[in-house]
Design a protein around this ligand. Structure first.
Ligand code: GTP
Length: 237
């Protein structure tokens, strides 16, 4: 078996990633590709927690004119829809999973219970955490940081549509420079768009490294696990 640097990881997938190039809803080819990539690392005996965003369905923070808490509740429900889509894709290829939600919806999924989540991971099940942190005003990045701390993940894998962290938007500026490594403080001070500040400080306080990489290239999740130099690592240094 290939050697891996990490034993337990938290994978954060943006909701947007599930929509492929459509920008909205689901692209099932993309979802099944992501599921296959997750299976590759499960097969390497890596324990995988997974937090998914909801931006392919609803984005709370850009819902102008709406009550923010209501908009965020809608966003949390969107993440649950995505969690079920990922569960279905993973189980379809033989990966055992459990969905746990931060807001109880017992007929659909287990409620989040930390000790139970850890037990599932130890048994080799992928635990998909739905409904973010269960609180409005917090992003799913923050939920990923929080759950990563709770399950004592070795690293957060932040799968993005961009292949790392740049000094400016690489889609707008051809001279944008990609960073290989950054410290949490550099991310915060320079206002780099990696995670929001709440999520970044939570990682900093708990010393959880963040590996930012592109989800679009095939096989990147496994490459990240094998310690290949893809994307950007944010850590204490
Ligand atoms: P182990 O006992 O560690 O093997 O875990 P398990 O998840 O298999 O245990 P359990 O027998 O509690 O769960 C069996 C199935 O029921 C699993 O698919 C769980 O995800 C599901 N399940 C457990 N609790 C709930 C719940 O509160 N709501 C829903 N919808 N499903 C649940």
């Amino acid at each position: 078996m290939e050697k891996c640097t990490y034993k337990r990881v938290m994978l954060k997938i943006s909701g947007e990633a599930l929509s492929g190039t459509n920008g909205f809803g689901f692209d099932f080819d993309t979802i099944s590709r992501i599921a296959k990539e997750v299976k590759e690392i499960v097969d390497m005996d890596i324990e995988v927690g997974l937090v998914v965003g909801g931006g392919n369905i609803w984005r709370g923070r850009s819902s102008e004119g709406m009550d923010r808490t209501t908009a965020d509740h809608m966003g949390m429900l969107a993440t649950c829809i995505n969690a079920l889509a990922l569960q279905d894709a993973l189980e379809g290829i033989g990966v055992k999973t459990r969905v746990q939600t931060a807001i109880e919806m017992k007929e659909i999924a287990e409620p989040f219970i930390r000790r139970r989540a850890v037990r599932h991971l130890e048994k080799g099940r992928v635990v998909i955490f739905g409904a973010g942190s269960g609180n409005p005003y917090f992003s799913t990045d923050t939920a990923a940081a929080l759950r990563a701390a709770e399950i004592e993940a070795d690293v957060i894998l932040l799968a993005k549509n961009v292949d790392g962290v740049y000094d400016k938007d690489p889609n707008k500026f051809s001279d944008a420079k990609k960073y290989d490594t950054l410290t949490y403080m550099e991310v915060i001070e320079q206002g780099l768009q990696v995670m929001d500040t709440t999520a970044t400080t939570l990682c900093m306080d708990n010393n959880i490294p963040i590996l930012v990489f592109g989800i679009e290239a095939d096989g990147n999740i496994k490459r990240a696990m094998l310690g290949e130099n893809i994307g950007t690592i944010v850590s204490k240094k």
